[in-house]
Write a protein that binds this ligand. Structure first.
Ligand code: NDP
Ligand code: AKG
Length: 364
């Protein structure tokens, strides 16, 4: 499938001849913790030092409108495409899209992550979390295993974490934790469907804390702690950058964790990644494991261009096969002497695809 977008971050512009279903070529990570960030497709992350946590809906709307009043000149359906990220979901994208439409008098696919009523794609909210777990499923297959009964630690409780948890439960795994910037909720017996519903309802209220959930959930709240000391089979850091360091990596290995996949962008420090590599843990970097989000954003643009809406089933099927193909590329490029390094595979596959397209187009 040819997409109308460049699939890498850290480049500059729209690149029509590069396929969507490749690995994200992640050159850098968002730099503003606790800020509004958004990622233009085929480009870099942008952000603002505006903390939405203590702001009213009207203040957030006015901020988004002011932001777009300046940014609108530099974005467009064939230029750079902003999307959601930390602190930016359908609400913020809706406000930015509305202002963009007012200023340009155009209804185009300039933003992704839009509401379903005005051009958003089914499964875009789910895509990053689901995609990450589809990737993990493929990793487990290389060890002749699956997610059934596997104890899984998930950090974060936002968009990526919630849908990663949903998919792990669907595939029969046990979700032991979710977390936020104040602490971790630990479900010793594994979270139930009902627990997840309660948490989703709670965390989707602006400013809510996971600590508020302990009264009605069968969980322990671990104040100011991250999840990584809890014994598990699979670890999915899905919150923010640098949330899993070398000590956490050593603890995971000591506790026999087999698979680590980054749902967030760059959540594991470089030192932690080296430790996973030396211990032959299956470790998937975000540029591969969390590429489901940007991929379905690409599918959203395709639907906008076609003036079509695909069903949830159709988008999910495409997402699933994109994640399988990304996994396949990692194996193809990352296997040396029978051992697969997903970091190596993801880097080489992403680089080769972008380099080939650039070379084919000549030095201009
Ligand atoms: N949304 C998407 O489609 C994609 C997201 N990503 C990446 O995934 C990660 C999560 O994004 P997303 O779920 O969309 O964001 P959300 O804003 O929906 O959720 C972020 C979560 O991370 C927690 N968090 C934030 N800062 C910290 C911290 N310092 N320590 C511990 N937890 C923290 C938040 O807790 P609290 O409520 O306390 O703030 C919240 O639970 C980011 O790295 C993002 O770049 C990658 C690909 C696509
Ligand atoms: O939907 C998108 O284009 C961006 C997703 C995202 O935040 C990311 O890939 O880091």
């Amino acid at each position: 499938m040819n997409s109308a977008i460049g699939p890498y971050k850290g480049g500059r512009r729209f690149h029509p001849s590069v396929n969507l279903d490749i690995l994200k070529f992640l050159a850098f990570e968002q730099t503003f913790k606790n800020s509004l960030t958004s990622l233009p497709m085929g480009s870099g992350k942008g952000g603002a030092d505006f903390d939405p946590k203590d702001k009213s809906d009207a203040e957030i709307m006015r901020f988004c409108q002011a932001f777009i009043t300046e940014l609108y000149r530099h974005i467009g359906p064939n230029l750079d495409i902003p999307a959601g990220d930390i602190g930016v979901g359908a609400r913020e994208v809706g406000y930015m899209f509305g202002m963009y439409k007012k200023l340009t008098n155009e209804f185009t696919g300039t933003f992704t992550g839009k509401g379903f009523a005005f051009g958003g794609s089914r499964i875009r909210p789910e895509a990053t979390g689901y995609g990450c777990v589809y990737f993990v499923e493929e990793m487990m297959k290389t060890r002749h295993s699956g997610l059934e009964g596997k104890k899984t630690l998930i950090s974060g409780s936002g968009n990526v974490a919630q849908f990663a948890a949903r998919k792990v439960l669907d595939l029969g795994g046990k979700v032991l934790t979710l977390s936020d910037s104040s602490g971790t909720l630990f479900f010793p017996q594994g979270m139930t469907e009902e627990d997840l519903l309660h948490i989703t309802e709670l965390k989707n209220k602006p400013g809510a804390r996971l600590s508020e959930a302990t009264q009605y959930l069968n969980a322990e709240y671990l104040e100011s702690q991250r999840p990584w000391h809890i014994p598990c089979d699979i670890a999915l850091p899905c919150a923010t950058q640098n949330e899993l360091d070398e000590d956490n990596a050593r603890t995971l290995i000591k506790n026999n964790c087999q698979v680590v996949a980054e749902g967030a962008n760059m959540p594991c420090t470089l030192a932690a990644i080296d430790i996973f590599r030396d211990a032959h843990i299956l470790f998937a970097p975000g540029k591969a494991a969390n590429a489901g989000g940007v991929s379905v954003s690409g599918l959203e643009m395709s639907q906008n261009s076609l003036r079509l809406n695909w069903t949830s089933g159709e988008v999910d099927e495409r997402l699933h096969s994109i994640m399988q193909r990304i996994h396949h590329s990692c194996i193809e490029y990352g296997t040396v002497d029978g051992t697969t390094g997903y970091v190596r595979g993801a880097n080489i596959a992403g680089f080769v695809k972008v380099a080939d397209a650039m070379l084919a187009q000549g030095v201009v």
